[in-house]
Structure formats: structure tokens, C-alpha cells
Design a protein. Sequence first.
Length: 257
Amino acid sequence: MEQTMSPSARLKSRLRARQSVLGIFIKTPHPSVVEALAGSGLDCICLDAEHAPFDRGTLDGALLAAHAAGIAALVRVPSGAPYEILNALDCGAAGVLVPHVRSHAQAAEIARAAAYGPGGRGYAGPMRGNMSTAIAERLAVAVRETSVIVQIEDVDAVPHAAAIAATPGIDAIFIGRIDLTVAMGETDPKAARVMEAVSGLVATINAAGCAAGMFTPDFTEIADWRRQGASLFLLGSDHALIAAGARLLRVETGLTG
């Protein structure tokens, strides 16, 4: 069944079923990076327009590369403003990742901005996200294929996690562990109260019927987080892979002097 799905539909299906999803953040605003990573076996990539210098043109080029290579590409938008969501989806993103969501009301606004209908996103036929289908079919495709993921990464969002996770139209909650660490006044993402907070969030999100995702700097933790119910992992970045590869090259050549 998955083999017949588009990359975007497959991603949304796996999120909804809480099957494991592995992706990486892309910080370099160039399509060649997407092209290089597309055949790596990742389930998705996430173009980081919040922290990296993506503009509308570079986002469009990277999403074109993702479409050509057949990999689902999320976009982490800067703030979740409706025009940012519209731009990402019109350019062909498989979905959006919205940072710093603190309430059910905010999550509901994001879900509405990502969907067609009253108060939702506007329709533009010639855009990549709407090409080659009649309006009725495109509206149906958007429901089947658009993933909407919101981030909990602020202390004041934690008490609202259940309500956010239960918001119609939200496919997954991504726990921004590093930002949450800093917001809690800690500097170590393994601090006991950070770990306790993240564990509690995973349980709360799952209990609300939603997929839980996270970033972790320690990949050895993943098996335990999977046991606790986390299923979406966006880990590392293209920059981190380049740096790690360069360090490994130095070690493997033995030319350390």
C-alpha cells in the first residue's frame, strides 16, 4: 500500500499510525543538498526556514529538488503566520512544522491556515502544490497529504499539551527539547527535570491520540523514547553531517598532525 502512495501521503499516513519516521533538518538553502540527501533512506527532510537563511526563492528551489527526488519535505516556518504556511504549501511542501505553539487556540489557527475552507489558505492553481489536478481533486489530495506538526518548546505550553494534541487537523506534536531545556533554566538537555518533562509530554500527547516527535542530541536514547511512545525523530542537520564527516576523514586518514 505504501509503495503506491506519494511521498507526502506516505509521511502523513506514518505519522497518523505512529509508525517510526526519521528525518533531518536542512540548514543550507540550496537544492543540491536536498538532492544529495534524498537517496539516503530518510523518511523525510525538514527545511529549516526558522533558523536558516531560506527565502521564498531558495525554499522553492529546495522543494523542487525534493519533488524531483521523490522525498517528502517539511518546512519549519519562522512563526506560523498564515502567509508563511501558505507559501510553504504552495511551493509543494509535504507539510509544515510550526515552532513555539503554546495553546489549543494557536494550534487551531495553524490547522485552519494549512487547510482549504472558510478562513483557511487561499487557492492558486498554477503553484507546484496544486498542479495537474482539478480543484475538487486537489482539495481531497490536500486533506490526504498535508502534514501539520506543531512544536512544544516553552514552559508555559507544557500544561496545554493535551489540548494542543487533541486539536483537529494536528498530525503530530514535536517536542523542541533544546529550547525547552533553556526555557527551564537548564543547560543540559539530560537534566533530570528536562527528561521528566519530555517523558511526561510524550505520554500526554499519545494519550490525546496524537503522534509525539522530538529532537535528541543523543541517538542512544532513541530506543527508550520509542518504547515510551515517541515516533517522529528529526535529528541532526546537513551542517552536522558535514562536520562529522570531516572529523571522521581526519581520523580515518591518520593525518592528524
